[in-house]
Design a protein around this ligand. Structure first.
Ligand SMILES: [Zn+2]
Length: 227
């Protein structure tokens, strides 16, 4: 699949998508904006980790500085997926381990400058621990083959697996932006059902190309509307 340079630019600029707010916190996850893409910072007992690596290295440097973080202190980047606007800041982070699902290796190789070998191959359903911070890993294939979502202390980091609309609903990303849009939606429905079955409390939804929201019933409403 040919990788788009600006995968969700049009969607994010659209007025019916919830606006992104820099430095806004969704539980432990702090939004760091670069143009229309958000990556998230989580400060743990054992140092900062990132969910995705933003779009441009110099912009990422500024965003980290705003939050009192030095690039060399970032120990791990958990990748929701490997599109360019989510990985291009990676060269700024000399000590960051790449953590992603195995199925995302090809997309990462295409888009990361230099070595994009996954250091920590994640698996669906895995729990990672960074000090007292727990990260649950969920495979959500469709936007890309190895797309993931992460649940961290009640914040569900969604990457490009879904968007929040201006009306505060959860919606799918535009079909032409995903490798397999139908699978993307099926995966999101399955994720909603799974989180419910596991009894996981989801307090916030935090996508990469829209603002986030307090979760409320939005995830289940999305699932019920797309079965
Ligand atoms: Zn993407």
């Amino acid at each position: 699949m040919r990788t788009l340079l600006f995968p969700l630019l049009a969607a994010s600029a659209c007025s019916d998508v919830s606006g992104i707010e820099n430095k806004k916190s969704y539980g432990p996850a702090v939004a760091m904006i670069d143009l229309f893409t958000t990556c998230y910072l989580v400060k743990t007992d054992v140092g900062p980790i990132l969910i995705d690596a933003c779009w441009r290295a110099e912009e990422l440097r500024v965003r980290l500085s705003e939050n009192g973080v030095k690039p060399e202190d970032v120990g791990t980047v958990l990748f929701t997926h490997g599109h360019q606007d989510h990985v291009a800041g990676l060269p700024l982070l000399p000590n960051a381990r790449i953590a992603a699902l195995a199925d995302e290796q090809e997309v990462l190789t295409t888009n990361v400058k230099g070595d994009a070998t996954i250091d920590e191959v994640l698996t669906d359903g895995q729990t990672l621990r960074f000090g007292s911070t727990e990260v649950r890993v969920y495979a959500v294939p469709g936007h890309t083959a190895g797309s993931a979502a992460f649940l961290i202390d009640g914040a569900l980091l969604l990457g490009d697996n879904a968007l929040v609309t201006a009306k505060g609903a959860l919606g799918p990303v535009p079909k032409d932006r995903s490798a397999d849009p139908d699978l993307n939606v099926r995966s999101m429905v399955a994720l909603a059902d799974r989180l419910k079955a596991e009894g996981r409390e989801v307090k916030w939804l935090a996508p990469a190309h829209s603002g986030g929201i307090e979760a409320g019933a939005a995830l289940q409403t999305f699932a019920d509307a797309n079965r």
